[in-house]
Design a protein. Structure first.
Length: 1002
């Protein structure tokens, strides 16, 4: 086996640099737009309950995902999210055990058999730890605090507060000038989070902070005398470091005979030692030769989730030394300042601490907190670098949900991994939030910016496909280009689990994708292929961004709230992302010909808000950028100073004040940045003129296709896109994989203007291709509203589909010709389809509810409808879930006027749909705005039309929630859970006949 592995490794060595090349333009197999390659397709987060389950069922689930259009799975050993499961034996079936290695190999083999790729978390559930000895120095550390008031006589004699809580790091005294009670936040994103309703705030005299640990005896005794000050006197703060022994897989045994008896421990995320604990475990227990060989063959990303471990204070034992080396003074005196809002700021927003200490200085001590976080960041980078290097050494890449939830500058750390990942839940589908995360990755040239997509609270079994696609479109608008769907469930039997099967998060979060969802085999593959093609266009070529916005915080908002609150940039079509000044150290951060990173995103200006926090290094870099020709716009006035502990604030303020005197630096009022940009001759690459909000991205490939993605948000909109290119435009349909030359556009002054209509939340992709230099392309410059569609036949001939919607038939061509009447035929009028037969295929529980392997027990009912209403309004199916088959007839041809063909317009098909005419299935269509050409499927006489519409499972499942168990627990919902949801085909279905008009483009 060793010889075989060495041989395989030798074969792969010439590709090593290629395999770990994480840059835009990496020479990987992208496939085609019509059929994107496996690595470019979306994947599922797949929740493995534990290693006791049937590996053949796991393999079937993985292959089913691939057959449905996914590129593979992120194989996540779930272990009920760190909870104890009655009856589970995780000494035998825990992470890294021989049983786990066997099922891990089975998963890899399934990917290999199906031609898929697999992501692999480096630990159970969130990937944040591994089985280890409890005294391993690479485990997570915490800093606990206790304090006591010094008697008013100024004499303290006795044992220091909290003695025995851990290793004493520091004992700090300070004079208390005032104190008061303050309220902590009480609303958390995560149900059941710890709540510390209030805290005590102390204001300390800066000059009195002093560290006394050297005076403490081995038994914790201390004698000190302080000046008598009156008022509140002095207070002692003691700080102890200790391992948390936080388990992401709990122990199921009191025996300590193997490393697996203790479960799995979270590791230190602020030290290379934490990374080493993880990688050493893999080397010792998982990476046997066969596993490593299979990982090299089908592995994609080693991975870690957002940081979901809690503490009192983010800490590592080496932090005082890191701090001293970085800042030149001791952290210990200032430890009282970091005990509030310096733990997991995402998960512990309602438990930030019970004591807050401020200083009597202008910045109240925030400079020392900023320095602490900067030192902590050094340790976190060492952790990321250790894992990235280990994964790269296997010829694979590392992905991580970098930094957020931690009290760090997320933007500073994003470039540290091969494929940085964000998520829809924490980012609340905020385009501005995504732009904050994406900016550093774009500057660093990362080919993939990933997203954990689709976790929505209280939407389990009821998250419709169109809602998922809306969330995806918003992430793409923010610069994301890969999606890992949350998530796919194990479909077999598991301990303590009833039908419909293992349900991670116990109904709290969406979604539970599997064949037990009616949409899985009734339209979901169309959605996956849509996402795959969307990802293809966003991973090909170099993303170009108009403007960069400066953004510096020592701890990034865990909810990524909007930073740029003005609308002027979006209204004009300017695209933008954010950078931290830490990103200015990247080699790509150079200005040439007035453009920042010209070979990358090509930022043509920088905007700095008056609320921005400028560091001294940032000011100097910004001046360098401006002197090299980059326009810098100060929006709202001069920005703030970013405080540090070095006391050079006055010098920093002077440097900031001097910015206004630098050439190419401009000060504008809030909301006037767009006007200033255009006055400087800077236009958006894609200018928007629409009656609503459109978001766009631009990917440039000089030797291929330039891709323009556009999202019409919230409401139906219409307008024009003016694009800075004269290449020929084509519509790229992500639903079918087809591409068609754009019929109507204008080209002038180096720009192409394309009119567009978008339904609410609809997307469009326009690709631009070069034409031969001697080619003359004639196209329409004005198309009447009576034209519903067209067939492109060849360079000199188009066939238009003309309806009776409008009497306007005048069409103008780019060669100056005008066709005043497209046809003399009289198209038949549009009409609604009103009489339907609905057959509902009910999906119900099995008689043996304990058999979770059954998809559903099915039976049919029939309903006659004169209008298309929600199942909620039909009493006999109000609580039904399953698949609806809506059937009616279309007589053809129409009895009046003329028709050469017809379009079918459906209402939004919320959870997907398929359409059949006379038993023949039509191609995929846009679920947000369904429009289908029926022409090739219609025959003379009566035509049977069937629309196949899957429901969600929620309405049926909510009738029996008190009977449904997953891993021994009932659903974690309040009361009966969320209300029922609408299912079925709801609204108006129209048939719009048309006649054919041929136009000569020669």
């Amino acid at each position: 086996m060793q010889t075989r592995l060495l041989f395989l490794t030798a074969l792969l060595l010439p590709q090593y640099g290629l395999a770990v090349n994480d840059q835009v333009g990496a020479k990987i197999d992208y496939g085609t737009f019509e059929n994107p390659a496996t690595r470019v397709r979306p994947r599922f987060r797949y929740w493995l309950p534990d290693a006791s389950v049937d590996p053949t069922a796991v393999q079937k689930n993985i292959k089913d995902a691939g057959a449905n259009g996914a590129g593979g799975v992120e194989f996540l050993p779930y272990f009920d999210y760190g909870n104890t499961v009655p009856g589970a034996d995780w000494v035998t079936h825990g992470f890294g055990t021989p049983a786990f290695v066997n099922i891990f190999k089975a998963a890899l083999q399934a990917h290999k058999d199906a031609g898929l790729v697999m992501d692999f978390p480096l630990g159970p559930n969130q990937g944040q730890g591994v089985p280890a000895s409890p005294d391993d120095e690479g485990l997570q550390w915490d800093l606990s605090t206790d304090s006591v008031a010094v008697p008013l006589n100024g004499v303290f004699h006795g044992q220091v507060p909290g003695w025995g809580a851990g290793e004493l790091v520091a004992l700090v005294s300070a004079q208390v000038l005032s104190s008061r009670n303050i309220s902590n936040p009480t609303n958390s994103l995560i149900p059941g989070s710890e709540v510390q309703p209030c805290a005590t705030q102390y204001v300390l005299r800066n000059s009195t902070l002093q560290e006394w640990s050297r005076n403490v005896t081995s038994t914790g005794e201390l004698s000190l005398s302080f000046p008598k000050t009156g008022g509140q006197g002095y207070r002692l703060f003691a700080f102890y470091q200790h391992r948390t022994l936080h388990q992401n897989v709990p122990s199921t045994s009191n025996v300590s005979s193997t490393i697996f008896n203790g479960g799995s421990y979270a590791v230190d995320h602020f030290s290379a030692k934490g990374a080493k604990t993880v990688t050493q475990f893999w080397d010792d227990y998982i990476l046997e030769d066969e596993v490593k060989e299979m990982l090299i063959a089908v592995g994609n990303y080693g991975w870690e989730d957002s940081i979901e471990i809690t503490s009192n204070v983010s800490w590592t034992p080496d932090l005082p030394d890191i701090f001293q080396k970085k800042h030149g003074y001791s952290l210990k005196n200032y430890l009282p300042l970091i005990i509030y809002k310096n733990n997991n700021i995402g998960l512990q927003s309602t438990a930030p601490g019970t004591i807050q200490c401020l200083l009597d200085t202008p910045d109240q001590g925030s400079g020392y907190i900023n320095d602490y976080r900067a030192a902590l960041q050094e340790g976190y980078r060492a952790y990321l670098q250790g894992l990235t290097q280990w994964v790269n050494d296997m010829n694979l890449q590392y992905s991580s949900q970098v930094g957020y939830n931690l009290n760090l500058d997320v933007l500073a750390n994003v470039p540290e991994v091969n494929a940085p990942e964000c998520e829809s839940l924490a980012f609340s589908d905020s385009i501005d939030g995504y732009r904050q995360f994406v900016g550093p990755a774009t500057l660093a040239g990362k080919r993939v910016i990933s997203n954990e997509m689709g976790a929505v609270i209280n939407k389990a079994f009821q998250h419709p496909v169109t809602a998922l696609l809306w969330e995806i479109a918003r992430a793409v608008a923010g610069g994301v280009n890969q999606f890992v769907l949350h998530g796919q469930t194990f479909s077999g039997n598991y301990t303590g689990t009833t039908w419909p099967g293992n349900t991670p998060f116990h109904f709290l979060f969406s979604e539970l994708y599997s064949e037990k969802q009616p949409s899985w085999n009734h339209g979901f593959s169309e959605a996956l292929n849509y996402v795959a093609r969307l990802q293809y266009t966003q991973q090909k070529g170099q993303p170009k961004v108009d403007v960069v916005i400066y953004n510096k915080d020592s701890a990034t908002d865990a909810q990524f709230g909007t930073v740029y609150n003005e609308t002027d940039l979006i209204e004009e079509g300017f695209t933008y992302v954010y950078l931290s000044p830490d990103n200015f150290a990247l080699p790509q951060a150079q200005v040439k010909n007035g453009t920042l990173a010209p070979d990358g995103p090509g930022f043509r200006a920088m905007i700095i808000l008056s609320s921005g926090n400028l560091t001294i290094d940032a000011v100097r870099e910004i001046k360098r950028f401006a002197r090299n020709g980059l326009p810098v716009i100060l929006s709202g006035g001069l920005p703030n100073a970013f405080y540090t502990g070095n006391g050079n604030t006055d010098n920093l303020v002077k440097e900031i004040f001097s910015l206004k005197d630098i050439q190419n630096v401009h000060i504008v009022s809030p909301g006037q940045a767009s006007r200033k940009l255009q006055s400087l001759g800077i236009a958006p690459r894609v200018r928007v003129q629409a009656n609503g909000t459109w978001y766009s991205t631009w990917h440039s490939d000089a030797n291929g296709v330039d891709y323009l993605f556009t999202l019409g948000d919230t409401v139906d909109t219409a307008g024009n896109l003016s694009i800075a290119t004269t290449r020929r435009p084509y519509f790229f349909d992500p639903w079918t994989g087809n591409r068609t030359p754009v019929l109507e556009y204008q080209q002038r002054s180096g720009r192409t203007v394309v009119p567009l209509r978008l339904a609410a939340n609809q997307t469009a992709i326009i690709g631009f291709l070069s034409t031969p230099s001697n080619a003359v392309v004639v196209h329409a410059t004005r198309v009447p509203s009576s034209v519903l569609g067209y067939n492109y036949c060849n360079q000199t001939h188009n066939v238009l589909h003309v309806s009776s919607n409008s009497a306007d038939q005048s069409l103008s061509l780019s060669n100056g010709k005008t066709i005043s009447q497209l046809t003399t035929k009289d198209p038949a009028p549009a009409y609604q389809l009103v009489n339907w037969t609905l057959i509902v295929e009910h999906w119900k529980r099995p008689d043996n509810l304990s058999d979770a392997s059954i998809v559903a027990v099915k039976h049919n009912t029939t309903h006659e409808l004169t209008s298309l209403i929600s199942w909620q309004e039909i009493p006999s199916i109000a609580n039904a879930s399953g698949v609806g088959y809506y059937t009616t007839t279309i007589p053809w041809p129409p009895s009046t006027n003329t028709a050469d063909g017809a379009y079918l317009f459906l209402p939004q098909t919320t959870n997907g749909a398929r359409v059949y005419v006379n038993g023949r299935r039509l191609p995929a269509f846009d679920f947000q705005a369904p429009k289908l050409d029926l022409t090739a499927y219609l025959v003379s006489g009566e035509n049977e039309l069937t629309v196949e519409v899957p429901s969600t499972m929620w309405n049926y499942l909510r009738t029996m929630l008190d009977e449904l168990y997953s891993a021994g627990s009932l659903p974690e919902l309040e009361g009966s859970g969320p209300d029922p949801v609408d299912n079925g085909l709801i609204g108006v279905v129209r048939v719009v006949p048309f006649v054919i008009a041929s136009i000569d483009l020669s």
